[in-house]
Design a protein around this ligand. Structure first.
Ligand code: GRF
Length: 204
């Protein structure tokens, strides 16, 4: 499956996906890394790995999210993309794009959803006194960080943890979880919505 990774920043999850996809048996081919900012650090990493990159700068579109997404969609189509992984892509998507990629777009989020959707998840987990924290890969739907969950990894919150220590512990798991989840999704081992054959109960 020709897969695009969408990033806004350093792209460490992107790098983990690229590394996994080097395995010839991996069911996803990373065919494009697309950023919404020209200064996303991950672009250089992708280019160094020989992966085609594209920038569709959201700043140039201001509040016109529809126009920005139309440009993103055009790039995805031009590259023949069949699956999209959001990896630190810090831009809310409109229903228009989400609908186009329903069942073909994944996101990684740094909390055990449904706990702590949104930003500052590690600080909020600490403030809430959570004993367990982690990360989630989910299918992207219209509601932010609320799509069907594909995979999760948990880590303990340890005494003395600060935000950075907890973020590091979660990030190490993100780098294992996202490739594992992409392997399942691209290989067809998991699907959402579930295939019709699975949904239909035989009548008595
Ligand atoms: C990760 O923690 C990811 O879960 C969140 O943003 C961060 C991106 O980090 N959505 P990176 O760009 O993959 O290094």
């Amino acid at each position: 499956v020709r897969t695009a990774i969408l990033i806004s920043g350093r792209g460490s999850n992107m790098a983990a996906l690229l590394a996994a996809a080097r395995d010839p048996g991996f069911p996803a081919e990373i065919a494009l890394v697309l950023a919404n900012r020209a200064d996303a650090g991950g672009l250089a990493t992708a280019a160094a790995a020989g992966i085609p990159t594209a920038v569709v700068p959201s700043r140039e579109y201001g509040r016109d999210r529809a126009a920005h997404e139309a440009a993103v969609q055009a790039v995805l189509e031009a590259h023949g993309i069949g699956l999209v992984c959001l990896a630190g892509y810090m831009r809310l998507l409109t229903p228009w794009l989400v609908e186009r990629w329903a069942g073909r777009m994944l996101n990684i989020h740094p909390s055990l959803l449904p706990a702590f959707p949104g930003l500052d998840t590690h600080a909020r987990a600490l403030a809430a006194g959570a004993r367990l924290h982690g990360c989630t890969v989910h299918w992207v739907t219209e509601a932010m960080d609320a799509g069907p969950i594909l995979a999760q990894a948990a880590v303990p919150v340890l005494p003395g943890d600060d935000e950075a220590a907890l973020a590091d512990r979660v990030l190490a798991q993100e780098h294992l979880l996202y490739p594992a989840a992409l392997r399942l999704a691209a290989g067809g081992a998991v699907a959402w919505p579930a295939p019709a054959a699975v949904l239909s109960n035989p009548l008595p």
